[in-house]
Design a protein around this ligand. Sequence first.
Ligand code: NAD
Length: 497
Amino acid sequence: MTLSHAEYQAIANKLRPNGQAFIDGKFCDASDGETFQTTNPATGQVLCSVAHCKAADVDRAVTAARRAFNAGVWSRAEPEARKEVLLKIADLVRDHTHELAVLESLDTGKTINDCMDEIGGEVPKFFQWYAELADKVFGKIAPTGPEALALITKEPAGIAGAVLPWNFPLVMAAWKIAPSLAVGCSAVIKPAEQTPLSTIFLAELMQKAGVPDGVVNIVPGFGETAGKAIGLHNDIDTVSFTGSTEVGRMFMRYSGDSNLKGVGLEMGGKSPFIVLEDALLNDDLIEHAAMSAFWNGGQNCSANMRQLIAAPLVEDFTGRIMDRVKSFKLGDPLDPDTDIGSMITKDHKDMVMNYIQSGIDDGARLLTGGGSDLPGYFIEPTVFQGVAPDMKIAREEIFGPVLGIMPFKTADEALRVASDTDYGLHATVFSQDIDRALHMARSLPCGTVSVNGFSEGDIKTPFGGYKQSGSLARDNGTEALDQYLQTKTIWIQTRAM
Ligand code: NAD
């Protein structure tokens, strides 16, 4: 249920965030007692001191996770028992939606409406969906002659590490925790240093739901310390990472330099939004174009920032999207009337502002946005016209509210420009001709293509990237389970009777 601004503010005033690590079923400090501070990016106010975990703490967490895994309290529990606990987590998240959503909004600068959607909707749905899968992971029997029985079985991979980004903190935690626990893994989770609080709160709920000690461990800390220690740990069997392509590469190296653990990568993007000449240019299309770019202030891996518009539609499209963009309200993320919250940090805001300057320097025309007078790290939604494919703002992931309009003459040209990128996470195509749209969808080298609407799919559909947006691993759908499962063949010699 949506509350008023005053009611959300009242919840915020009462919150007492916990910044401790969660290891072996206990909230605790980092071994060396060090802490760091997490702040509200919309105000700069310090929210809480957080345990600054390093390699020694990751090691404690992995030891606990391995002990729990080997004891079989979770890994060999009846699948129905794991299902019950995961369903209980979903219920507890629903019971605490308002507190968690306010905490998330304070820690990230995201709007309260987005936080309510994510925490009231998506997060519990994830736990519920993977709970329901826990007792449906079947193996196979291979065809053999009468003198053998060949079983192909699925087993939990062991200890799953997860290293998370700051843009959807609790959703990303759920994406990794729910499937890994459903199949029986133990987990060691590092939330992003900018946004650890909702994941730590979740630990409390997971314990209440009955997750045994040691099965889930949360080690807040920085990438160079806790993140790297997870990547290099010799007793972590698989790691699932969501973040930048630059750091994703490091996880491949960490694996090669340690125990060759499995590595699942979900990384950046530079996704196109393609409007073919025959598309119906109506309010619905404009709404999808605006939301694909400015949802979460553009801090979204699948943000459709290269908007490729058929030349005859460019003028109409530009006028209409400008009207929509100018109606977005920037401001206090806890106010339900706010559409766009704050960038995550000052450094991130500065980086986005540098991209905006580079667009201007390269000769693109700034139509609106480009900064903000509000205190905090706000940037108004920004639209550039006349963006050429070789400009920096057309090639690099900006991860902020900067949309570029790129006219094209033919569908082949649109396909060529859209595909000419190192990334391959997402694309949107609008056309009234389903055959043309399908041809585009099949031709684009991306993990997800949405047609006549911007969508990342939902929990049932795998999400991940081609090229440098991902490894072959996928989050979501039944495919996510593969990141956390081993396949074993048991070949039984039998006597033909
Ligand atoms: P980031 O790569 O800087 O950080 C992600 C995580 O990696 C954080 O927990 C961080 O502490 C850790 N990390 C940083 N340096 C590390 C190192 N040297 N060793 C080990 N761990 C390290 O990314 P970010 O800034 O948090 O997130 C933004 C990026 O994430 C964008 O590129 C975005 O596109 C991507 N992203 C992708 C998806 C997806 O599903 N494909 C979803 C959300 C975000």
